[in-house]
Design a protein around this ligand. Structure first.
Ligand code: F6R
Length: 602
């Protein structure tokens, strides 16, 4: 939620650095964007009415996606700039609400990610003191609050004291036109600091920074960093100095660029055979360690949000079927209300691509208070969930930039399959199934199959509703497929357990209603085919997915039997369908409306 990028250093191209950093972070928010820079050349010409040149900062703000935007002036030499891509919380999507926000004197510029729970009360106090506000955002109180503190103390102390007053989970980056410093602080949302030859960078994730440096510092909650000629790390609320250590990460530039693909979503779909193979080949010892924790625990719970929850659901079927143990799963945001029984022997396995989802962090905090142990399965080294866990497992899927999760979901399912086979003492069987599943994805991605899926997309493109059904492990496949299709194509899609159809939803089936039927060669085959037959007799159009053709299928996507690993290629089919439906309907699959990649607010 919201992309943050800042630079301070020796180079005069701060504006260019921040602009290209924001472009890489656009997937975090794309309602509007803005930038503030401390200008070095006073002769700069301003041509755009949305750009404000004052004696302190140049700010420029725009509505919509940053896309390929350029700044208005062609001479913006500066060695300090901060920028933001917004996902609106307080205040509509208008230029005035875009970040950065300034104080009355226009000397302090602030960008922010999070929600300030007590902003109304603080704003009231500031209004009484004569501060003037130009936006409806909660963020705007921060520069004014800092302005107040600056009357009696220095920049760093003023930022510390202002930040300490904010309630809620927040990350801020503050620039001061009177000093060559940027200060960042956080209690919730992520912030990463990069130390490069050109100077210091701050961003909401590593994606924007690795072009400049891979030496990173992941800021912890209640930490503040001062960036200028050097770097200083302080603890909050006290402001006491801390020792800091940068880590070297191994992501490559190609990982965060689209390359030959039209969209990140498609690129990430094509990366999946490699992601699955990597898990089959390189995770055995880590998985065996986690197995010991499950063996020891008295009660294990899987939690995640959205797509991650669908992976959890698949996991709970795997543990039952393969390891004959009961592992509960709940949507993370509901676990808060369903965890009264947790104790020090409980084990929570939290799944989160970003490692920053607030709906997962909250119940984990409660579980920690009760002394429960936490395993984090995440894609983001140094993320909040990664740090708060007792045991950590990285998905190794590489940066996922499309808002709709594809490869991270597949990695989560693959790891849970390995883990349940490890608990059953048969980890080698999981490895074989994963390699088979990886080959099936390769086949799905062949030219012939892509053309076939594209054709199905064009046939169902103008339907009003789409249903996806499955039983057993394929119930989770149906849910994940429906989510992927609806979020990127906006075609209303509902995922159902085959058995539930007759309990209500079948009333919605009419002539031509398309239905994707997941029919693997397992104990669910006959029952799901009979559900499909019920749909067909009411005029439904049946798209069958599985190893065996049934006469009731109008279209059939053949995927070989890979036992429980079938979820993997079956969901990949739905991802490809979702992608082409989105493109066919004229949408941007990478940036679905109203969504953001990392959901750090409740
Ligand atoms: C859907 C999607 C979301 C995320 C959810 C949790 O395609 O990506 O449903 O899965 O917001 O995100 P993470 O895994 O980062 O916790």
């Amino acid at each position: 939620m919201c992309g943050i990028f800042g630079y301070v250093g020796k180079q005069q191209n701060a504006a260019e650095f921040v602009l290209s950093g924001l472009k890489l972070l656009e997937y975090r928010g794309y309602d509007s964007w803005g930038i503030a820079l401390k200008i070095s050349n006073s002769k700069s010409q301003i041509s755009n009415s949305r750009q404000n040149r004052d004696s302190k900062f140049i700010t420029e703000k725009h509505i919509g996606k940053i896309g390929n935007a350029q700044l208005s002036s062609n001479d913006l030499r500066s060695n300090l700039a901060i920028g933001h891509t917004r996902w609106a919380t307080h205040g509509g999507v208008i230029v005035e609400n875009a970040h950065p926000h300034l104080d009355c004197k226009k000397e302090i510029a602030v960008i922010h990610n999070g929600i300030i729970e007590n902003y109304a009360r603080i704003k009231e106090g500031l209004l009484k003191k004569g501060h003037k506000f130009v936006s409806e955002t909660d963020t705007e109180i921060i520069p004014h609050l800092i302005e107040e503190f600056l009357k009696k103390e220095g920049f760093a102390s003023a930022v510390r004291d202002a930040f300490n007053q904010l309630k809620g989970l927040n990350a801020i980056v503050v620039a001061n036109s009177l000093s060559r410093q940027i200060i960042a602080a956080k209690t919730g949302s992520p912030l990463v600091i990069g130390k490069g030859n050109e100077g210091f960078f701050v961003a909401s994730d590593a994606t924007g920074i690795i072009k400049h440096t891979r030496k990173l510092l992941f800021l912890k909650d209640r930490e503040m960093v001062i960036l200028g000629d050097d770097v200083e790390l302080l603890t909050l609320p006290s402001g006491k100095k801390k020792i800091l250590r940068f880590e070297q990460i191994d992501w490559k530039i190609e990982d965060v660029e689209k390359g030959k693909f039209d969209h990140f979503m498609l690129k990430e779909i094509y990366e999946q055979p490699k992601v699955v193979r990597n898990i089959a080949e390189n995770y055995t010892s880590q998985i065996k360690e986690l197995k010991k924790l499950i063996d020891k625990a008295k009660g294990t719970f899987l939690i995640g949000a959205g797509t991650a929850f669908h992976a959890c659901l698949a996991g709970s079927y795997f543990f039952s079927k393969i390891a004959n143990i009961h592992i509960n799963t709940t949507v993370a945001s509901e676990f808060n209300y369903l965890e009264d029984f947790l104790n020090s022997k409980s084990l929570i396995i939290a799944l989160s691509q970003s490692g920053e989802t607030i709906d997962v962090i909250e119940p984990l905090n409660h579980a920690k208070e009760k002394g429960s142990k936490i395993i984090a399965i995440t894609n983001a080294l140094g993320s909040t969930i990664y740090r708060m866990a007792d045991y950590k497992l990285l998905l190794g899927a590489g940066p996922e930039k499309a808002v709709a999760s594809t490869k991270a979901y597949i990695a989560k399912v693959a790891l849970l399959l390995m883990l349940s086979y490890a608990v059953a003492g048969k980890v080698n069987r999981a490895k074989k199934l994963l390699l088979d599943a990886s080959r099936e994805i390769d086949i799905l991605l062949s030219k012939k199959n892509i053309l076939k899926i594209k054709k199905i997309a064009s046939i169902i493109n103008s339907s009003e509703h789409l249903y996806t059904i499955g039983r057993g492990t394929s119930f989770s496949t149906a849910l994940e497929s429906a989510l992927k299709i609806k979020e990127v194509s906006y075609l209303h899609t509902e995922g159902l357990a085959g058995g539930e159809l007759k309990h209500g939803p079948i009333a919605l089936i009419s002539k031509g209603t398309p239905c994707v039927v997941f029919a693997p060669q397992d104990e669910t085959f006959d029952a799901i085919i009979s559900n499909a037959t019920e749909i067909k007799s009411r005029g439904g159009l049946i798209i069958g997915v599985g190893p065996k053709k049934s006469p009731i299928f109008d279209y059939w996507i053949k995927i070989k039997d890979v036992s429980e690993a079938q979820i993997i290629p079956h969901v990949v089919f739905a991802q490809i369908l979702a992608y082409y439906l989105s493109v066919e309907r004229g949408h941007d699959p990478d940036k679905p409306r109203n969504l953001a990649k990392s959901v750090t607010v409740k």
